[in-house]
Design a protein around this ligand. Structure first.
Ligand SMILES: Nc1nc2c(c(=O)[nH]1)N[C@H]1C(S)=C(S)[C@@H](COP(=O)(O)O)O[C@H]1N2
Ligand SMILES: [Mo]
Length: 383
């Protein structure tokens, strides 16, 4: 896995669950020190399937379609989807007893997550925060994840415990969690204060950005999105079955879609082979038990004329009615890009039957869906 947080803090901390202690403090009546074992045995365990997306997912598209940005060149795969399990944050905070009695203060308070295990590229530790209201909400399903896909978290994903905030940019799901603090301000960590924000277009350099960091809100929810995974830009798409006379070959297009913040699930994905003039609805698939936070996998067949320079685009709609636009506004850090999903420069070739092509209409299930992002179960994620 190439992953900036790993590169920034090499080596990945290998923590002993037997000695690890999670501190819960700040504006609480009873600060707690909890072992992973206590987190597993003393609180009800909650399971949630959710996509974890880096705010910089698709930065490459923003950089190539719009203008150069500052950040790791993530393509369409800085995202993963998994089943997570652990105690609810609200149960742990309730045991500690949030000591904010003032309604108004409660509303603007935050829960800060911190990891002190290793230094980061731009700070001596890693941290992020979410609104206390979100942390305490049953519907938001924020958990302290101990398991990923029914096994203890792998070290690279935060063993022995990580925060897991569904519907929120991955940056707040702090791995290798050392401390949870209820506080009135957001996390003061670099990655909450000076990164993962959508800066206005006039912030065009690091120097100019300095003025805007304190003025812009930190990214919490991410926008609705969809990505074309198969075929991928530049692919030769071999269509095995020759089309009937006068018909264009039909090409299979597949990808994933993500709802905006709390507005899941995805209710519609459409694919266009004529730059958005006409749209074909895709078939949607979500894994078993996947609620509103999971990604939706989709598949459609569209007619594309044989030849070079062909393009397919995708457009997703979520339950909240959020629809992807053709493009997104440029921002210096290249975050939250959600223009139409796209595969460009396709070469559509009609082959004689019996040829083994890929990205074609044959139903052999072969080829990985996430060919341009990694494997299907989970894919590369990072900053
Ligand atoms: N301790 C710690 N937690 C972290 C990070 C980090 O660098 N250090 N990176 C964050 C970011 S930016 C993202 S996108 C997700 C990635 O999660 P994953 O590596 O499990 O895919 O973890 C978040 N949690
Ligand atoms: Mo990230």
């Amino acid at each position: 896995m190439s992953n900036r947080c790993e590169r920034a803090k090499r080596p990945i901390p290998y923590i002993s669950a037997a000695t690890h202690v999670l501190r819960v403090d700040g504006l609480v009546h009873r600060p707690l020190d909890l072992s992973p074992h206590q987190l597993r045995t003393e609180f009800p365990q909650h399971t949630v399937t959710c996509a974890l997306q880096c705010a910089g997912n698709r930065r490459h598209t923003m950089r190539t379609l719009l203008k150069e940005v500052d950040g790791i060149d993530w393509r369409d795969g800085a995202v993963m989807n998994a089943r997570w399990r652990g105690p609810r944050l609200r149960d742990v905070l309730s045991r500690a007893g949030v000591s904010l009695d003032d309604e108004e203060e409660r509303r603007r308070a935050h829960v800060a997550f911190a990891c002190f295990q290793t230094k980061c590229q731009d700070d001596g530790w890693y941290g992020g925060s979410i609104a206390l209201e979100r942390g305490m909400s049953v519907e938001a399903e924020v958990i302290l994840a101990l398991d990923m896909n029914d096994k203890p978290l792998p070290p690279s994903h935060g063993f022995p415990v990580r925060a897991l905030a569904p519907g929120i940019a991955g940056a707040r799901s702090v791995k290798w969690l050392d401390r949870i603090t209820v506080q009135l301000a957001e996390s003061q960590n670099y990655y909450q204060q000076h990164d993962y924000k959508i800066l206005p277009p006039q912030a065009t350099s690091r120097e100019l950005a300095k003025k805007y960091w304190p003025l812009c809100p930190s990214i919490q929810g991410m926008p609705v999105n969809s990505v074309v995974c198969v075929p991928t830009t530049g692919d030769t798409v071999v269509v095995v079955a020759p089309p009937a006379r006068g018909e264009k070959p039909r090409v299979e297009v597949r990808g994933y879609a993500l709802p905006a913040g709390d507005h899941g699930p995805i209710v519609k994905v459409e694919v266009s082979a004529d730059d958005g003039r006409t749209w074909t609805p895709a078939t949607l698939t979500r894994g078993e038990g996947a609620g509103n936070w999971a990604w939706t996998l989709w598949r459609a067949e569209v007619a594309l004329p044989p030849g070079e320079g062909r393009r397919v685009v995708s457009r997703a709609t979520d339950r909240g009615g959020n629809v992807q636009s053709e493009s997104a506004e440029w921002n210096f850090r290249g975050v939250a890009y959600n223009g139409w999903g796209e595969a460009r420069g396709l070469n559509v070739v009609v082959a004689a039957a019996g040829t083994n092509g890929h990205g074609c209409v044959e139903e052999n299930g072969g080829g990985s869906l996430m060919r341009n992002v990694g494997n299907t179960e989970r894919t590369v994620a990072g900053h």
